[in-house]
Write a protein that binds this ligand. Sequence first.
Ligand code: 9YT
Length: 128
Amino acid sequence: MIVRHLKDAKQSQRKVVSPDGKWDSVRLLLRDDNMGFSFHITTIKAGEELHMHYQNHLESVYCISGRGEIEDLQTEKRHRIEPGVVYALDKHDKHILRAESELQLACVFNPPLSGQEVHNEAGSYELV
Ligand code: 9YT
């Protein structure tokens, strides 16, 4: 069994800050944990806009707190993000995430991140 506390993970290398300072993420479960997915608590700063396209991963995101929107760049449809909403990028959907207030999100990646990934120019993570 694996048991961890967010407050301890925040004080460790599990916490990563994006190079542009727009978000940080505490990777509570990573590939080495052999769960078949990784699990992250991600915080996006108020007013930020992230362009992402996870070509190599499936991702599902649950909003714990904050308000924003996600825009599906294929359909141009915008969906409200607020506590209780989950979105799943089941088609490797190219999207923009906008944080109107600070967003706290629980994110799951399949395949799991190893912890070393950074976004490439396409807003994607390479497979490690
Ligand atoms: C909201 C979102 O796409 N989060 C991705 C996870 C986070 N950027 C991380 O841990 O790398």
